[in-house]
Design a protein. Structure first.
Length: 165
């Protein structure tokens, strides 16, 4: 089972690298593609319709501005679709957030936050969906969380030392 990460432009990719990195850390196969709801509408539909044959079970769609990619993908699949609103100027993501989150009833997009948390959380949410039927992945997710907890506790200990000194 794999994840497809679609982005509206290659200009989105630098901010999406943490998404790819997190999926790789969790050993989840991922196809990453530049496909735009506006600039390549036919190719988006072709991709979404052919993806299940290749094992794709969750779509992550990142787009900025008038961000219609996640909605269009959801309109063509019954698999879960997660939307990442990109924080582009001049509106810094509010435009993409509203375009992605305000879907009409019947066409659900699980929308992540705009900003740096969105790409990582999209990967983790996709992992949680796949882990429902993959106990080995559920184990890796549990280890991921433990290691995050350990890091925060280490940072807290370092802060306490600094404050004493
Ligand atoms: C959106 O338009 C893309 O997702 C990107 O965030 C934004 C700008 O794209 P470029 O003009 O940089 O290609 O569709």
């Amino acid at each position: 089972m794999s994840v497809a990460l679609l982005m509206g432009s290659d200009s989105d990719f630098p901010r999406l690298e943490p998404c790819v990195k997190t999926l790789r850390e969790l050993e989840i196969p991922c196809e990453a593609r530049v496909l735009s709801a506006h600039r390549t509408p036919h190719q988006v539909v072709e991709f979404v319709e052919s993806a299940p044959k290749r094992g794709v079970r969750v779509f992550i769609c990142a787009a900025g501005g008038a961000a219609h990619l996640a909605g269009v993908v959801t309109a063509h699949t019954d698999f879960p679709v997660l939307g990442i609103p990109m924080d582009n100027p001049p509106l810094n993501g509010l435009d993409a957030l509203l375009s992605t989150v305000q879907m009409p009833g019947g066409i659900p997009v699980g929308t992540l936050g705009t900003g740096s948390g969105g790409p990582v959380n999209a990967a983790l949410l996709a992992a949680r969906i796949l882990a429902l039927s993959d106990p080995a992945l559920a184990e890796r997710l549990a280890r991921y969380r433990s290691s995050m907890t350990k890091k925060v506790l280490e940072r807290d200990a370092a802060l306490q030392l600094k404050l004493k000194g």
